[in-house]
Ligand binder design. Structure first.
Ligand code: GLN
Length: 487
């Protein structure tokens, strides 16, 4: 068993630890070794410090031997998207600007993981400041899809999804502003959840678009995602947008029998642009739910067409404001010039990559005087219409099911020179962020090229437990989550 540890999910590992069949040090070593064997082909990590992680693992083993274990994640490695602050560890945000920066404090989610004894394991690659859908916009490296190294892992949490799919970590944290957890999860054949806006504290997450950003879990199975969600969710006084909603004990609720539900299928998500193999896989997943007694209802979310333009106005406007603090004075990268204006402008032109500059320019433009009403304000109004589409739909159905992405993973290089094509790959994911509702992606099939396909499950505010229960019902009767990437 011990040479296959990296194939096991977090809940299985947690059971073995509890039964003393394995130690956290052995578990952590197994993932470190697996990473060393595969990382040259995957490039999921920007950095890791094996000794730092092993020290946490040994501390967990000591706690266990003293009967002081903290919870189900005690001793389990969790990889962290390199956008989430972890005290004294590098925090690059995938950017040259932050290349040599170390975080002086812990994000709330990191503090929670430490409190529960999780082993913090490695800093995972991402598109610079989480802006992208392929991880090709990382300033440091391109991450490869474990299912086929010629393909992207998705983005921006591409390192997180690829590391889980490659068996380099059982769990990872990502962040999702417009799809950055769900789309890479779909492309890499793992599970990823974007929680309700406000469910998880954003304190210590480098802000991209503050009204859309959420931190969330990625794992091989629905249960693993439920475990990690429970560990990080909850109100936090450090984040004024975090909400005082009770965190349900989702992992133990997964096996409960489901009453028949009403599942909405939004017509607009099955229109032009959807790859035939993705459509087939989604339809067969829907067929499964129908055969289990759930009611399938076709309906309309009429404002889908506006989701991409609205997202790229709102997200860039917020990004331009959030990134104004990177001035070459307060953060690491500083260009050597005498005059202050030169320091600002040179530091920014040398520190930011092309995609980030594009977003800053777009965002500055839509906020500028004379354009603000026509662009930004109008986008906010349409955002309200999109949110109302969902609220309206949830009056008649419990969930909405859609593809996570219109296609399977695309080839490295295919879209990196065409920003618009890249932006359009977010068509099915951005609305959940605009509306603030939770959304989950789970593997539901494979294409003829053996690339994974993701099913997206959307629900009303704070319906994470129900979404995970629904997903669990599918997962437990299919083998998509247990298939191994051919590494
Ligand atoms: N791909 C989207 C973008 O580029 C979403 C990114 C994200 O969710 N962080 O903005």
């Amino acid at each position: 068993m011990k040479d296959q540890v990296y194939l096991l999910g977090a809940s299985e590992l947690s059971r073995l630890l509890r039964e003393r069949k394995i130690s956290s040090e052995e578990v952590t070593r197994a993932f470190i070794e697996r990473t060393e064997q595969t990382e040259e082909r995957i490039r999921a990590f920007i950095s890791y410090d094996a000794e730092y992680s092993l020290a946490q693992a040994r501390a967990s083993d000591r706690r266990r031997s003293e009967g002081k274990t903290q919870g189900s994640l005690d001793g389990i490695p969790v990889g962290i998207k390199d956008l989430i602050a972890e005290k004294d560890q590098p925090l690059t945000c995938g950017s040259r600007f932050m290349e040599h920066f170390r975080s002086p404090y812990d994000a709330t989610v990191i503090q929670k993981l430490r409190d529960q004894g999780a082993v913090l394991w490695g800093r995972l690659n991402l598109d610079e400041f989480a802006m992208g859908s392929s991880t090709e916009h990382s300033a440091f490296q391109v991450t490869h899809n474990p299912w086929n190294p010629d393909y992207v892992p998705g983005g921006s949490s591409g390192g997180s999804a690829a590391a889980v799919a490659a068996g380099q970590t059982p769990l990872a944290l990502g962040s999702d502003t417009g799809g950055s957890i769900r789309q890479p999860a779909a492309f890499c054949g793992v599970c990823g959840l974007k929680p309700t806006y406000g469910r998880v504290s954003r304190y210590g997450l480098s802000a991209f678009a503050s009204s859309l950003d959420q931190i969330g879990p990625l794992g091989r199975t629905v249960e693993d995602v439920a475990l990690l969600l429970r560990a990080i969710a909850g109100h936090d006084g450090q984040d004024s947008s975090s909400l005082r909603e009770e965190v349900p004990d989702t992992p133990s609720a997964l096996r409960e029998k489901l009453s028949p539900k009403r599942i909405g299928i939004p017509r607009e998500y099955f229109a032009e642009g959807l790859e035939a193999e993705v459509r087939t896989a989604i339809e067969s997943a829907i067929g499964f739910y129908r055969s289990r007694g759930h009611t399938i209802v076709e309906l309309s979310l009429p404002h889908l067409d506006y989701a991409i333009p609205v997202y790229y106005v709102v997200a860039t406007a917020e990004a331009a404001s959030n990134l104004a603090r990177f001035d070459g004075i307060r953060y690491t990268r500083r260009s050597a010039h005498r005059n202050a204006i030169d320091v600002y402008s040179r530091s920014r032109s040398e520190g930011f990559g092309p995609e980030v500059k594009r977003r800053i320019m777009l965002g500055t433009y839509v906020l500028s005087s004379g354009y603000y009403e026509a662009q930004y304000l109008r986008a906010q109004k349409v955002r309200t219409l999109i949110r109302q589409d969902f609220l309206e739909a949830f009056k008649s159905v419990d969930f909405l099911f859609t593809p996570t992405s219109p296609s399977t993973a695309f080839k490295i290089g295919d879209k990196s020179a065409n920003p618009l094509a890249m932006y359009l790959s977010d068509i099915y994911t951005v609305s959940a962020n605009l509306a603030g509702i939770p959304a989950l992606s789970i593997p539901c099939g494979f294409s003829s090229r053996n690339l994974p396909i993701g099913l997206q499950l959307l629900g009303p505010f704070f319906s994470e437990k129900d979404l995970l229960q629904m997903a669990y019902a599918f997962e437990s009767e299919h083998d998509f989550s247990s298939r191994q990437a051919p590494l």
